[in-house]
Design a protein around this ligand. Sequence first.
Ligand code: XMP
Ligand code: MG
Length: 188
Amino acid sequence: MMSEQDSFIEKVLIPHEEIQQKVRELGEQITRDYQGKDLRVVGILRGAFIFMADLIRNIKLPLSVDFMSISSYGGNVESSGVVRILKDLDKPITGVDVLIVEDIVDTGLTLKHLLEVLSTRNPASLRVCALLDKKERRLVPDLKIDYVGFEIPNLFVVGYGLDFAEKYRNYPFIFVLRPEYYQPEFTR
Ligand code: XMP
Ligand code: MG
């Protein structure tokens, strides 16, 4: 049984109840903002899948969903800002009101590139909803995130969709791993 007492947890940053409350608020706001629009919610795999599932159930509109999978060139930890599309959207977005759902914005380089790519397809509008914002790490100064769940300090966090070496996505809260668990021998 998973609990917040598990040995690999250094600190719970955002408990499940706080996430759920925030997701409800974001859903209400998005519901108001997209009245009468043709909303397509685009989830960025894999990190956003849990957040997106909860978020869209709090958006009371007949929306549609699509997914994209991207990876940045180069190392795992540092973002290069050059986005490689591993899985593109299934449907065109021309004339559609697109809301990108991201797990976390760090330097902002990934999101900047993604916005550039998608805006060339002429959506009716293009906005971003991110659960987490590591604002102090931002390298793209004028990046606009329309809906933000939580601003967090410069810590590597996992849980609620976010992973380290593909693990911990299933935990329903956001937490920091004990340092020894970030070692390569734990990536298996
Ligand atoms: P940039 O720097 O381009 O990168 O904004 C955003 C992507 O980096 C990953 N990322 C994290 N993943 N815990 C994670 O599990 C973190 O604390 C973290 N910080 C950045 C993530 O893939 C995000 O989309
Ligand atoms: Mg990851």
